[in-house]
Design a protein around this ligand. Structure first.
Ligand code: HEM
Length: 475
């Protein structure tokens, strides 16, 4: 059942990408404050555009490097600060022709919007739907109503989303250790002994991901990853590129085979087991369609953990403390490693891999200062909240202590994994695997950041993961 309202008769066919919730902004009584055309152009150019050109679904390395060099991310945060100074709490409607769009300026509104998802703030925002339909048209994130509820539930169960240590963690740990050891051996054997670059790290990381998600025999399954990457590149263009249905169904068929094969210790096997136990309210087709999201989302987990290595390399005291924890938990079957988890969270706070959280109103919504029309795309620009030095004394430094407890609604919003009922159900699994993977690196090797100089009290607004390099040495 769709919860979408029929399009309002006033919504013209001139809309570039129609929201099916849309009502005409001018028809709303007591509208929210609205930015001028010039301010809107500045927000689109300085906040939206860098994100779009970097590649929202798969990053374009050359553009990431240019955005880092030109300092565009810092400019984006500044632009949002300027808007907040002028307009106060917001939300602020943007003067985008043919589309209702609003940006969030107030921390309480971030909490409210995330808590009140998916009704009236749908996760299935129109542009997101167009981007993700290229490889996962039935994923929970872009589903609605009862479909969404069922599909979300499958994700929550399989990813064990409320548990810091996934119920299959012990089965994942051998893959973590073996793939990290293979990475260290490969680096030691390189001509340029000890040098670690992103390609090498990413390949090792994805061997681990393939094993955990699909099974050990998929370790080197580059073909599926390449197929996914091609579709993600199409996803970067959202509605501007037609869906390649052949490639999309090939991805899903390959995943389906892995579920059928059910290799022990894999999430694919867990899915089949859950189906057999009658615990899934969803069809096999729907279940399989959740897995491309996992494969896709382990890519930013690779970026975040690699940047986490940079944070550790630049903060010797934290590195020492992390090594102490690694040693202390050496006997655990699936170590918790809080400091390394916090390091990955800090990497995500400082350099968010989902910088823009998008929602879309399914009906008119009342705020303190006015009414937001139905069909409004709501932009939560996470770096504005994560890196706002006017409100956070730790905005530009490495502060793992911030994560020593789960964030509450009363606290300033730090939302690397979103929040509320749409929070990332994979967050604990990500933290489990990334923390243990980097523990194998820093626990066994000395590490020096060779490509960048990080100033601890003033960390950059963007850290280009693709050009980050380290030298690893025996310990
Ligand atoms: C560093 C890595 C990751 C980050 C930063 C991240 C962040 C996020 C964020 C911000 C959302 C909300 C998106 C939105 O509202 O539009 C989300 C949703 C989601 N994530 Fe993650 N994620 C990561 C990795 C993963 C992994 C590895 C998995 C699965 C194994 C996963 C599964 C999901 C799913 C299924 C959703 C959709 C939830 C829903 O529909 O309610 N994520 N993630």
């Amino acid at each position: 059942m769709s919860h979408r309202n029929p399009a309002h008769p006033n919504t013209g066919s001139h809309r570039v990408v129609e929201s099916s919730y849309a009502t005409d902004q001018t028809a709303v009584k007591n509208p929210l404050p609205k930015a001028t055309a010039a301010e809107t152009a500045a927000v689109l150019a300085e906040v939206e555009l860098p994100m779009i050109i970097k590649g929202p679904i798969i990053r374009r390395p050359k553009v990431v490097s240019a955005v880092e060099r030109l300092g565009l991310e810092a400019r984006a945060v500044k632009r949002m600060q300027t808007m907040a100074q002028k307009y106060g709490r917001g939300p602020l409607m943007l003067a985008v022709p043919g589309r209702n769009m609003a940006t969030v300026l107030d921390p309480d509104h971030v909490h409210r919007i995330l808590e009140e998802s998916p009704e009236p703030f749908a996760t299935a925002e129109t542009l997101k739907v167009h981007a993700l339909k290229h490889f996962e048209p039935k994923v929970a994130l872009i589903s609605e109503g009862a479909d969404r509820a069922r599909r979300r539930e499958v994700n929550e169960q399989l990813l064990d989303h409320n548990h810091p240590i996934h119920r299959m963690a012990e089965q994942f740990m051998p893959a973590v250790r073996e793939e990290a050891a293979a990475l260290l051996a490969e680096i030691a054997n390189n001509d340029d002994a000890g040098q670690l670059d992103y390609d090498t790290y990413f390949t090792a990381w994805f061997r681990l991901v393939n094993r955990v998600v699909l099974g050990d025999s998929y370790r080197d399954g580059a073909e599926l990853i390449e197929l996914m990457q091609t579709q993600r590149k199409r996803g970067n263009f959202a509605f501007l590129r037609p869906v390649d249905k052949g490639a999309r169904s090939e991805i899903l068929q390959r995943i389906e085979q892995a579920v059928e094969k059910a290799e022990p210790g894999s999430l694919a096997a867990f899915m089949k087991q859950m189906e057999a136990a009658g615990e899934a309210d969803t069809s096999r087709d729907e279940n399989v369609q959740q897995i491309p999201q996992w494969l896709f989302a382990f890519d930013p987990a690779g970026m975040a953990s690699y940047r986490g290595l940079a944070l550790l390399a630049a903060h010797q005291d934290r590195l020492d403390a992390a090594r102490y924890q690694i040693q202390d938990q050496a006997g655990a079957k699936a170590p918790m490693l809080p400091l390394l988890r916090a390091t990955v969270l800090e990497s995500l706070r400082l350099w968010a891999t989902t910088p823009m959280i998008l929602r879309e109103t399914t009906r008119e919504v009342e705020f303190e200062h006015g009414v937001m029309p139905a069909g409004t795309t709501v932009l939560i620009f996470a770096p504005f909240f994560h890196r706002d030095e006017n409100n956070l004394d730790f905005a530009h430094r490495f502060a793992p202590e911030v994560w020593d407890h789960e964030r509450t609604r009363e606290e300033w919003p730090l939302v690397p994994f979103s929040g509320g009922p749409g929070i990332c159900p994979g967050r604990h699994l990500v933290l489990l695997l990334t923390s243990n993977f980097i523990a194998e690196i820093v626990g066994n090797r000395g590490i020096e950041l060779t490509s960048h100089e990080l100033e601890p009290g003033n960390l950059p607004a963007l850290l280009d993961n693709f050009s980050l390099e380290f030298r690893l040495s025996p310990r």
